[in-house]
Design a binder for this molecule. Structure first.
Ligand code: NI
Ligand code: MN
Length: 225
């Protein structure tokens, strides 16, 4: 199983299914790929903000892939012609050999639609595809991350470190400690000036506490076998 980072909060999980999470490609200055190059079976979305819902609907339609998101986003994506499956907090869906479970994130969320936002709830995702991955979405630090760690025992945690709209590196170290994944990968930083952050600083602070961090550059991948 492989995990490929495409910048911001976008990852591709390649197990028995290929799953792209939060595909923000167009408008992402760090994206190493174009929308046309993406070949996936599932598109998973944590929340409606443009830097997460991004190109999800177009990619789902291009690939005849299943878009998985919270109920309201799934209904919206269906109305735009995508094949979508809605899930919600604490629940999930199995697609082939992959299970996607929705857990909470502490944030806001809305779908950007012609000068107003359709309010939806933010979420995080657990992806079980051989190894278990926790994609924290956009979130502040909250103590139920410990419960998420206990319930799902993720092997890998994908954690925002950019600050301003999410937790910063110092808080992400605390999150990594609570979740307890063997590998922690930083995300949601350096895409824009407002979320500039040194991932090596996150790594240094985490390693001081015996927590392993792998910093991926956009386009890089990690083999999890
Ligand atoms: Ni957001
Ligand atoms: Mn975001």
């Amino acid at each position: 199983m492989k995990l490929r980072y495409l910048g911001h909060s976008c990852f591709v999980v390649e197990g028995s299914e290929r799953i792209i999470i939060d595909p923000f490609i167009n408008g992402n200055p760090l994206s190493p790929v174009s929308v046309d190059e993406i070949k996936v079976d599932v598109v998973a979305v944590t929340h409606g903000h443009r830097d997460h819902l991004g190109d999800a609907i177009e990619i789902a339609k291009n690939n005849d892939a299943t878009l998985v998101a919270i109920h309201e986003i799934a209904v919206y994506a269906s109305s735009k012609g995508a094949r979508a499956e809605g899930i919600n907090m604490g629940g999930g869906i199995k697609i082939g050999d992959t299970e996607i479970i929705m857990v909470q994130a502490w944030h806001s969320s809305g779908i950007d639609e012609a000068n107003y936002e359709i309010a939806t709830s933010p979420a995080a995702l657990i992806i079980k595809a051989g190894k278990t991955i926790y994609h924290a979405g956009d979130t502040a630090l909250f103590s139920d991350m410990k419960l998420i760690g206990e319930l799902y025992g993720p092997d890998v945690a994908l954690l925002p470190i950019g600050g301003r709209y999410t937790m910063d590196a110092r808080q992400a170290v605390k999150a990594a400690e609570m979740v307890g994944a063997a590998i922690n990968i930083p995300m949601h930083y350096n895409t824009f000036e407002a979320i500039r952050q040194d991932p090596e600083e996150f790594r240094r602070m985490a390693e001081e506490r015996g927590i392993k961090v792998v910093v991926l550059k956009p386009g890089e991948e990690l083999n999890l076998d």
